[in-house]
Write a protein that binds this ligand. Structure first.
Ligand code: SF4
Length: 164
């Protein structure tokens, strides 16, 4: 299976992708990979869910409720988490911290993409942490700034197919 086939399979799977405090570098890295029909898959393939600065019309409360009702999904988190300053980062009307905690309880696997999501990255000194430290549990991690698109897709593919 080549990279574009793996990417298509990943984007058609049940993924909840959340951007916490992020520059969108990982999302952009995947979008510029050059695979065919990528924008369509990225934004409009059901049940793929993307919540980010580039989620277009799919960012309202209704969509947030839909995401929170998901049961069988891999949670992908991009960006650092403001551990002690909840309220600096929002997705819809929920703080990133609240949303990530709720989704992490139900996710069959969690993948942190990019160094910010792995350990707080370049804003760690400002009190931001990575996903594993925030949740107090082990997660799949793909470091890099931005993380390699191929490594991200490989990790998410593994999380999807290995049963968590
Ligand atoms: S790891 Fe780098 S590219 Fe990714 S969100 Fe942080 S600063 Fe941006």
């Amino acid at each position: 299976m080549d990279y574009c086939e793996a990417l298509e399979k990943v984007l058609k799977s049940n993924i909840v992708w959340i951007e916490a405090q992020s520059c969108s570098g990982e999302s952009v890295n995947i979008l510029k990979s050059g695979c065919k029909s990528l924008e369509n898959l990225f934004f409009h393939s059901s049940p793929f869910k993307l919540y980010s600065n580039i989620c277009e019309e799919k960012c309202g409360k209704e969509y947030l409720d839909e995401i929170l009702s998901q049961k069988d999904f891999v949670l992908v988190i991009e960006g650092a988490i403001p551990k002690d300053k909840d309220g600096l980062c929002y997705v819809g009307d929920m703080t990133c911290n609240e949303l990530i905690k709720k989704l992490a309880e139900k996710a069959k696997a969690i993948v942190a993409v990019g160094s910010c999501a792995v350990n707080g990255g370049i804003i760690r000194e400002l009190g931001y942490v990575g996903v594993s430290e925030f949740l107090g549990k082990r997660v799949y991690e793909v470091p890099g700034c931005p993380a390699s698109d191929k490594m991200m897709i490989a990790a998410i593919y593994y999380a999807l197919t290995s049963g968590g």
